[in-house]
Design a protein around this ligand. Structure first.
Ligand SMILES: Cc1ncc(COP(=O)(O)O)c(C=O)c1O
Length: 361
């Protein structure tokens, strides 16, 4: 069975838009894309001129990301952050009013938003706080078996906001059971912070496996909006049918390539070590405080605490200029606060505010 049989038939049937740059990749006298013949800004050396549309999938960046993530270049689609990957997947695989995604909340909120925007249903297999927010693995397998509407299963490893990783044996079982049945998406936005190997090495064996990666977190480049969808070429070909013709602005590609050079790689490794050390400092600053009922360390660049009166504590911190993430509208997380691992100064500032909170309580 081909991956096309899982996609929306109208996506499979449609003839994809052929952009000017795709038809003529940028050599010769270019009078085919209604571009201006000159740029009004001087570009730096080696930068693509702004008057020209960028490469739809910049080859140098695709190759660099393939190398970084340990897959062949034909298994890489570069996107505007993972958010765009989530959106493309939902649009390609879910028919409005008929299909569904499966998610395991609490988890990253954009899976649900993408499904709702597409008119797809959301099957949630919630984790329970009483159970340490572990994924309900058997319930996920059962739901997939019972509900034929499920076309996309979103797993997040490490998960946001609980920080736990997907067990490899579970992923293996799920991939087997989802063969010819649904696409399994492993969102690895925080993978660099944990020691578990990427699921990307399994892509060769599973035409229905997608891995999402991003430069937003462990590459300290959330402002760049650069991510990658990793999957077999046949699945990526379906996403190419709906992706915008030029998703990556040429300055973004130039910056991403600069970012991924070997001299920056050494700085990135150092940053990951510094963040790991700061995480220990943050945990120590939270541990043992009388108002912290639970401290979840997780395996990513954030931690969670459970407190009575989370909303008041969030407001108190904000009034002192320290902004944390609360979840007041989420029944599972109402009492939890997520705290990103910041700089040593950030943690000192947070600790001082928490001291004040403790003293006034
Ligand atoms: C699990 C997860 N996936 C994806 C994203 C979005 O990443 P990007 O900045 O690449 O769009 C986030 C952002 O917080 C996230 O937590």
């Amino acid at each position: 069975m081909s991956i096309e049989s899982l996609a929306r038939p109208e996506i499979v049937a449609m003839r994809p838009y052929s952009s000017a740059r795709k038809e003529a990749p940028g050599e010769g006298i270019l009078l085919n894309a209604n571009e201006a013949p000159w740029s009004l800004l001087d570009g730096s050396d080696g930068e693509a001129p702004l008057n020209r549309y960028p490469e739809p999938q910049p080859l140098a960046l695709v190759e660099r990301l393939a190398d970084l993530y340990g897959v062949p270049p034909d298994q890489v689609l570069v996107t505007r952050g993972s958010d765009e990957g989530i959106d493309l997947l939902t649009r390609v695989f879910c028919r409005a009013g008929q299909d569904a995604i499966l998610q395991s909340p609490p988890t990253f909120g954009m899976y649900k938003i993408a499904a709702q925007a597409q008119g797809a249903d959301v099957v949630s297999i919630p984790r329970s706080a009483a159970d340490g927010f572990r994924m309900q693995e058997q319930a996920i397998l059962d739901a997939l078996k019972a509900d034929r509407r499920i076309k996309l299963v979103f797993l997040t490893s490490p998960n946001n906001p609980t920080g736990d990783v997907v067990r490899e044996v579970f992923l293996e079982t799920l991939l087997e059971q989802a063969r010819d049945r649904a696409v399994v998406v492993v969102d690895e936005a925080y993978a660099e912070f944990c020691s578990q190997p990427s699921a990307a090495s399994r892509i060769g064996g599973y035409p229905n496996l997608v891995v999402l990666r991003t430069l937003s977190k462990a590459w300290a480049a959330a402002g760049l909006r650069c991510g990658a969808v990793l999957a077999q070429p046949e699945l990526l070909a379906l996403l190419r049918r709906v992706i915008a013709p030029y998703p990556l602005p040429s300055p973004v590609t130039a910056l991403a390539l600069r970012m991924l050079q070997s001299d920056v790689l050494a700085r990135q490794r150092q940053m990951l070590q510094d963040l790991a050390a700061n995480k220990q400092t943050l945990l120590a600053a939270l541990d043992g405080r009388p108002f912290v009922d639970e401290l979840i360390a997780g395996e990513a660049n954030f931690v969670m605490i459970r407190v009575e009166g989370a909303t008041d504590l969030l407001a108190f911190c904000a009034s002192r200029g320290v902004i944390l993430r609360g979840f007041p509208a989420d029944a599972l997380l109402r009492r939890y606060i997520r705290i990103s691992v910041g700089s040593a100064q950030d943690i000192d500032a947070l600790a001082a505010v928490l001291d004040d909170w403790e003293n006034q309580a």
